[in-house]
Design a protein around this ligand. Sequence first.
Ligand SMILES: [Zn+2]
Ligand SMILES: [Zn+2]
Length: 479
Amino acid sequence: MIAANRQYPIISLFLGGKSKKEALRNMLSENSPKRLHCGVAVSLHCDLLSMRSPTPMLFADSDPLASPVVGQERMPRGARELAFNGHVSTTDVHYIIYSRLLVPFVDIVCVFADDFPSLDHVVDFLAECSARTLPSRPDPVRPRLMIVVNANSEGTKESGNEKQWPQQLDPGVLSRAFSAISIVHAGSSVGRLKRLMTAQAEAMHRLRRNHDFLFTATHMAFLFQAAVNHLARSFDEPFDFVSSSRTDGGVPLAVRDRLSLYRGLCRTEGLPDEVIAQSVASALIMDYYRPDMPLLDPQLVFRTFYRAYIAWMPRELDLTEGGWEDLVEASMIEQFGQLKNTGKSSVELRRGLMASQSDQFRRVKSNHLCLYCLFRPAQHPAACGHSLCDLCPQLFGTPAADREFYFTVTPCGHCLSPDPLVIDLLPPTMSPTVVAIDGGGVRAVIPLEFLILVQEHLGKDARLADFVDLGVGTSSGKA
Ligand SMILES: [Zn+2]
Ligand SMILES: [Zn+2]
């Protein structure tokens, strides 16, 4: 793809034998016929005509009735071995690959019924796939199922009456995996199948956009690898697109304390929760919706990463009113709408909100907490009391033209003070911070006492341990 980080692929899964092959060959007439025979369990083809479009069409192709290739001694490059508990048949492996890896990622599943020995086989196959699917996607954006029959054959070989199919294909069972089922009489016209497929694909794309569950090709590749790793680890848990979308391992626990510290500071200055919630929500948006992240449903994002932290309340913060987390969630959803509709970045939105709230928030000050992101400790104090962490000068400041890692922040984002704050950052390649205590009984006491004094000076809101990457000691007790 020419711009994988701006293209949103639509993937269809084609399941069947001979007639599926024929349909694929006709639909992908630009592709080399040789490439359509890969001889592996599942192969992926792209529609060359759509590769430059914003929604390239991809086709995963597999034959559920084919005997798997056995006796392959060497694993292909990049392959990952899955360890199964107990006996798993080759048929099971097909079902596992379809239901756990492919169905969560595709938009349309096309089953070519004429390639199955009987209608019962089709029904059993779909019911089994559906029953093994674990819910990974919100209901409306689950893939659509198309059962393709050839109109010329007057239905299937056994029943000859397609109208009975919806009853036999129990929609209750199938809804676990699919959002809609349709039966397509392709007949001899491949054009008709392609038109129907395209219409379904466009509908799915619109739905995914409306439900904020759309991924670029870059996201897809990353998430698919995450799904493979997930399947290797866990058989019972569904793959979670939202929690897998972060590459940084999630939100650190210290953020919970910092967000509650912030709320406490704001309440001390008499600010109402409704206003504080807007500020916190914009910080959450800035944390998750970085430029390279998918625009995922803000409610799902909030509930996956932040709600538990927001709901947590330290004992010393005596705030009994409920509904705080609901206020933050509602504000995050509202601000996400602006992010999506205005095309502004999450940092621009936060900057705009801070400026518009400066009259209310200028009195909120801290030398412990970065008041720009609310997620990291303050490391660069400002004379006005609105300090910054190491990352925020890069987001909110202007870089010096002639000096690397040198930023000027002006005006202050909170009080709009015009005094420039010049920040000289450590380069990211700078060594980590290590505390080494050369002990051996009483010799360790002196540096430990010294550290205690430093900690007392910093106060309880700034833990010395947060500034140290590694602590080591020799016979120094629990340093
Ligand atoms: Zn910050
Ligand atoms: Zn300020």
